[in-house]
Every structure is written in structure tokens, then in C-alpha cells.
Design a protein around this ligand. Structure first.
Ligand SMILES: N[C@@H](CCC(=O)N[C@@H](CS)C(=O)NCC(=O)O)C(=O)O
Length: 204
């Protein structure tokens, strides 16, 4: 099994963290989706990472599909197979992925020539992030986990989304949500998170 992706993509990082948490045998192939000679479009017509190449020749994308496949390989499940908890967990993942989409869209807009940037678009993405942080903070439990009594996909996905906010859209959100900041410090201390930090964010 091979996971294709970049060291900075948060969608790829979700899969890398799950692989590390479950100690799965999977080769990580560093591939840049944007490079002219990228192998990614031949594997995924959408031209996006992550891509998971299975040993039987099948190829899976995108990250929620890859997460669900990898999770099915070894217990304990980080995503429940059925019931209300499954839908709640998938909602957390959808929220996390939505934060990633908003931070990526904001970043791509800021990378355009200044004269072509839309301040409306940037503000709209920043509002999505702010509302989502507020939502997560409001739904925090008193313990270390968002759901259940152990680490789950909810913690994995939201932890990645908040650290990606720090990476690409650093701002003082902890001042508004100090408990969320403490929660993230706990999740971010897991070896799976530390070992997959994007270059430049490594903890000393
Ligand atoms: N919904 C996709 C998003 C993946 C995604 O946007 N990946 C970015 C890297 S962070 C990418 O490959 N972008 C290349 C492109 O959009 O052409 C997923 O969850 O896998």
C-alpha cells in the first residue's frame, strides 16, 4: 500500500496520522500535486492528494474515503460503523475538512497578484474559520476527547484543522477560545501529530 501526498497537505496529514496511530504498513510517497511532472493526475483525475494505491492495484481518493478504508484495516475503529455516533463523527470530519478548504481558499487568494485579490472572498473564508472555531469551542467536553472516552476521528480531524489554521492563517484565536487552545495542546502532543507536522512547524 502506498500513500501519495505532500508534507504540507493537511488532507494527507489526516491519513498519515491514522496510519501512525494504527501502526499500518504503508509507504509514504512524497508527490506534489501542482508540479508539471506530477504522478497524481494519472492516479486521481481530480489531480489532488492524498491518493492511496492499494496492493491489488485499486486507487482510492479523497481523504474521507482513504480514512474510512484505512480505519477498516485494524481495530479499534476511530469511526463507528453505524448509529448516531457515526453521523456525529462524520459531521466533525466535515467541519474539519471545511476549515481546511476555507484556509486553503484564503491562501490561494492571497497568493494571487495583489490587484486581483478579492477582499470579500478572503473575509468570507476568515468568517468560516472564526465561526467554526467558535462552534468547536462551544461543543468541547470537559475531558480530552471531542466524542467518546478515547481518541477518535473527531479529535484527529479537528486537531489537524486547528494546527493547519496555525500553519497557514496564524492569528490569535486562542485569546477568544483558551480552552480550545488547551485541548489542541493535548492532541498536538501525540506522537502521531508531532511526527507529521509540516516542515517549519516542528516542535523544538
Ligand atoms: N477533498 C479533498 C481535498 C484534497 C486537496 O485539495 N488537496 C490539495 C493539497 S492540500 C491538492 O492536491 N490540490 C491540488 C489541486 O487542487 O489541483 C480531500 O479531502 O482529499
Amino acid at each position: 500500500m502506498k500513500l501519495y501526498g505532500s508534507l504540507t497537505s493537511p488532507y494527507v496529514r489526516k491519513a498519515r496520522i491514522l496510519i501512525r496511530e494504527k501502526d499500518l504498513a504503508c509507504e509514504f510517497v512524497v508527490a506534489d500535486a501542482w508540479a508539471a511532472d506530477s504522478p497524481i493526475p494519472a492516479l486521481n483525475p481530480l489531480g489532488k492528494v492524498p491518493v492511496l494505491a492499494l496492493d491489488n492495484g485499486d486507487v482510492l481518493f479523497d481523504s474521507p474515503v482513504i480514512i474510512e478504508y484505512l480505519d477498516s484495516l485494524k481495530a479499534p475503529a476511530l469511526l463507528p460503523a453505524s448509529g448516531a455516533a457515526r453521523w456525529e463523527m462524520l459531521r466533525w470530519q466535515a467541519l474539519a475538512d471545511g476549515i481546511l478548504d476555507a484556509v486553503v481558499d484564503r491562501l490561494l487568494e492571497l497568493r494571487r497578484p495583489v490587484a486581483q485579490q478579492s477582499s470579500d472572498k478572503i473575509r468570507r473564508q476568515e468568517e468560516k474559520v472564526a465561526r467554526s472555531h467558535e462552534y468547536i469551542a462551544r461543543h468541547l467536553s470537559n475531558g480530552p476527547w471531542l466524542m467518546s472516552d478515547r481518541f477518535t476521528l473527531a479529535d484527529l480531524a479537528i486537531g489537524v484543522a486547528l494546527e493547519y489554521t496555525d500553519f497557514r492563517y496564524p492569528h490569535a484565536w486562542r485569546g477568544r477560545h483558551p480552552r480550545l487552545g488547551s485541548w489542541l495542546a493535548g492532541i498536538g502532543a501525540r506522537p502521531s501529530f508531532i511526527e507529521t507536522l509540516p516542515p517549519g512547524m516542528e516542535k523544538k
